[in-house]
Structures are given as structure tokens and as C-alpha cells.
Write a protein that binds this ligand. Structure first.
Ligand code: PEP
Ligand code: CO
Length: 442
């Protein structure tokens, strides 16, 4: 039963999936108490501003680009890597703006994406059964350090803070000025860039033109960036939830945007209960098992006021699977009059495993799902206004396909993800080119 009066703690009355078990509850409580006293990472005005932008995206006036690691790693909290991630997001944004003729809202899976839902509690590593890795917020990828450790909650907070600090400095310091030529050092040679070269030259020419007219529009020059992560670890998220007196509302001030994943969206579960009371814009992952009737229940719970920009539905079906499910979901949202922002996560329904056990995804499958979903929205008079990718600015080899023609046999070369496979920089940029075309046709 959904409690009638919400507080940041009412979720405790319900069953919470995917929560780690701590063997030192005293240390856990101490860590949470310390977290609750630390300053917020973002402020309510920024959060509200994002909601306004998302409302515009839902109305077809902007496009939301959400992307970043599947799981951020503590060890990757480094200037160069953060900069690379920001750069790839902003480059994608320019390609989408130019080719799709729409302004872009940038939302990183960054500065807090440290907790992962897993399919089992244990796994076998080198013939030994160990607790599964649940993200750096909880334990270590090192199979010898899989005990859930409360000290990691504070470490995650501090790494989120320095990551966000660096992002803010980069943006304020002009890094996001996309006109800067070094931001266009593409990972491809002129030959490899093939049929993209012409578009790139056009993008450069139009940036030059805008510059001569008196500078880039504010949204490109400052490249505003918002942060997001999955609201998975509920005690941690609760500690970052604050009452904001001026707004008379509770905000999660650990990120601008929070989402609930496919594995924790039980209708009567603790995660929906927790997130329904936040004033932040929120997301919900929606897989093929979502029934239209259940979606109506979810919409009534998460967005009873039908506020534009409040709720982003992030569908993730797998290539070839959207047709059977999405039309019914679009009809359900429409019947209830909910102004949802429809997003496509074409990554999470397209996972496969190589014979040697590496998780991968094929560029072609990802693109196919994106095209299919956009086409269904278009056909039904709805609109795909957002995408959600797992990507990195690094030259990793985790997904197959793309301009570089990565094959399964290449993946061992630079496979770095501790969780799901990400598009590398080259694949991300290529996806942005192709996405721009999909948007333009919509
Ligand atoms: C994720 O976004 O990393 C994830 C686990 O997705 P989903 O909830 O869609 O499976
Ligand atoms: Co993932």
C-alpha cells in the first residue's frame, strides 16, 4: 500500500529491491548521518531550471541528450577523463543541433552514477563464488573486496562533488565553447570520416558563421550541463534529500535528475515510493514487460499533477521489440493526459555476450532500436524527445561496429567498463550524426 503522506522515509515501509546488506549497521548509520549534514551538490533553482527545459523537450522545442558511463568508477575521477566525457557530449550536441535543427539539453550520467542493480547476489570469479559487484558506492570490482563498505558512501559523495566541481569549472572557463578547434579533433582520419566529412565541414562553417555574427548562442557557448544517476541505494539517496524552505518541497540535491531502473520499478515497491515525493524531474526505465494498465498506475503515482517536464519515460526494449509494446504505452499515457517526455535507451535491451564471456552490444542493433522507436512515435503522432546512451570519451573497445569496424575479436584490446559496454568516442559521434538524421525526419 502506498502511504498517503509522503516523507523521505516512507519508502522504508515497503520492500526495496537491490539493496546491499551491510555487516556493520553502526558504521552505516554514522556514514549516513555524516552525509545528511554535508552541503548539497546542486541547488533547487538549477533543478527547477532543468525541469523547465525538459518541459520544452516534451513539447518538441528541444532535445534531451542523456549519457555517460554505465557505472562510474572511483578510479576514473580524473580531470582528463571528465573532460573527455564532457567533450564527447558537447560534440554530440553540436551534431544534433546542426543536423536535427533543435537545441539540446545536456544531462550526464555523471557525478554520482556509482550504484548498479545486478541479476544475482553472487558470481563466480576464477572458479570462486563471491558477492556480486554492485558499483563503487557499495563494494569493489576487485573480487577480494566485495563486502559492502559504508565508508564508500562518503567517498562517492566526495568524488561526485569534485567531478561536479570540475565540470562546472570547465563550463565556466569556456571549455564548452564548441567553436574551439581542438574540440573538433575527430578520432577519424579524413578518409575514415567518409560521408560524415561533408557534414562536419558544414558544421564548422556554420559555427564560423555564427561566430562572425557576434558569437554563439548562450546555450552552445556555456554548454549548460546537468547531472543524473539511478536512484538505487535508498538510504544514500535519502541522506541527500533535503527540505528546501523557499520552495516548500523536498529535493534530492545529490543530482539534478534521478531515475528508477527497470529492476526496481515494482508498483508497490520502495523505489517508486521514494521518488514520487521529490520535486526533481525524474525518469523511469520502461522495458518490454511494462503493461499499459500498469503504466497508468505509475503515471498517477509519479506525476499526479501532470506537470510538463516532471517525468521522462526511458524505453529500453531491444532491436525489433518496440513495435509489440510501445504503441500501447503511448496510447496509455495519452489516454491519461500525461505530458511525458519520451526517451529511448537503445543500449539496455541490446546486450549480448561473446563466447569468451565479455558483455557487448552491436552498434547496428542500437541504431536499429533508435530508428524503430522514433518511427513508432512519428507514426502515432507522438515524439521521441530524448535519448539515453552509455558512452565514454575514451577510445575503449566495448561495443562492436561503427566506423572503426570493431569486431568481437577486438574487444579485449581496451575493455574497461566494470559493468555494461559503452559506445566509445568515435561510435558516440557517429551515433549523433545518425540520430540527427532521425530527428530531422521526425
Ligand atoms: C542502467 O541504466 O545502467 C541500467 C541498469 O538500466 P536498466 O534499469 O534499464 O536495466
Ligand atoms: Co548499464
Amino acid at each position: 500500500m502506498t502511504p498517503t503522506t509522503w516523507t523521505p522515509e516512507t519508502w522504508r515501509q515497503l520492500k526495496a529491491a537491490q539493496q546491499p546488506v551491510y555487516h556493520d549497521p553502526v558504521a552505516l548509520e554514522a556514514a549516513l548521518a555524516e552525509l545528511a549534514e554535508l552541503p548539497p551538490l546542486v541547488v533547487a533553482e538549477e533543478v527547477d531550471h532543468l525541469q523547465t527545459l525538459l518541459a520544452e523537450a516534451a513539447a518538441g522545442k528541444r532535445f534531451l541528450l542523456q549519457g555517460g558511463d554505465c557505472a562510474e568508477a572511483f578510479a576514473d575521477c580524473r580531470g582528463g577523463l571528465i573532460q573527455d566525457k564532457l567533450r564527447v557530449l558537447l560534440q554530440m550536441s553540436v551534431l544534433i543541433t546542426h543536423g536535427g535543427r533543435t537545441g539540446v539539453v545536456h544531462l550526464g550520467r555523471i557525478a554520482g552514477q556509482y550504484a548498479k542493480p545486478r541479476s544475482g547476489n553472487t558470481e563466480v570469479v576464477d572458479g570462486r563464488e563471491v558477492p556480486v559487484y554492485r558499483g563503487d558506492l557499495i563494494n569493489s570490482l576487485d573480487p577480494n573486496q566485495r563486502e559492502a563498505d559504508p565508508a564508500r558512501l562518503l567517498q562517492a559523495y566526495h568524488r561526485s562533488a569534485v567531478t561536479l566541481n570540475h565540470l562546472r569549472a570547465l563550463v565556466d572557463g569556456g571549455f564548452a565553447d564548441l567553436h574551439h578547434p581542438e574540440h573538433w579533433d575527430l578520432p577519424w582520419s579524413r578518409e575514415d570520416a567518409g560521408h560524415y566529412l561533408e557534414t562536419l565541414d558544414q558544421v564548422r562553417a556554420s559555427l564560423d558563421f555564427v561566430q562572425r555574427l557576434g558569437g554563439l548562442p548562450e546555450n552552445l557557448r556555456t554548454g549548460e550541463l546537468f547531472t543524473s544517476h539511478e536512484a538505487l541505494h535508498l538510504p544514500f539517496e535519502t541522506a541527500l534529500t533535503r527540505w528546501v524552505p523557499e520552495k516548500e518541497a523536498f529535493y534530492n540535491l545529490g543530482a539534478h535528475f534521478l531515475w528508477i531502473g527497470e529492476r526496481t520499478r515494482q508498483l508497490d515497491g520502495a523505489h517508486l515510493e521514494y521518488i514520487r515525493g521529490l520535486a526533481n524531474p525524474i525518469g523511469l526505465k520502461v522495458g518490454a514487460s511494462m503493461q499499459p494498465g500498469d503504466l497508468k498506475t505509475v503515471l498517477a503515482k509519479l506525476d499526479p499533477q501532470r506537470q510538463p517536464g516532471r517525468l521522462t519515460l526511458i524505453t529500453r526494449f531491444g532491436a525489433g521489440k518496440a513495435e509489440a509494446v510501445l504503441p500501447g504505452l503511448i496510447a496509455a499515457a495519452r489516454a491519461e493526459g500525461h505530458p511525458v517526455l519520451w526517451s529511448s535507451d537503445p543500449m539496455h535491451g541490446n546486450g549480448t555476450q561473446t563466447p569468451s564471456g565479455l558483455k557487448t552490444r552491436a552498434f547496428g542493433d542500437i541504431l536499429q532500436e533508435l530508428q524503430e522507436v522514433a518511427e513508432i512515435h512519428r507514426r502515432l503522432g507522438s515524439r521521441l524527445g530524448a535519448v539515453h546512451f552509455e558512452l565514454t570519451g575514451e577510445p575503449v573497445t566495448e561495443c562492436t561496429g561503427g566506423v572503426e569496424g570493431l569486431e568481437e575479436a577486438d574487444l579485449w584490446r581496451a575493455y574497461r567498463s566494470g559493468c555494461d559496454p559503452r559506445l566509445n568516442r568515435s561510435q558516440s559521434l557517429e551515433m549523433a550524426f545518425l540520430l540527427a538524421k532521425v530527428i530531422r525526419e521526425g
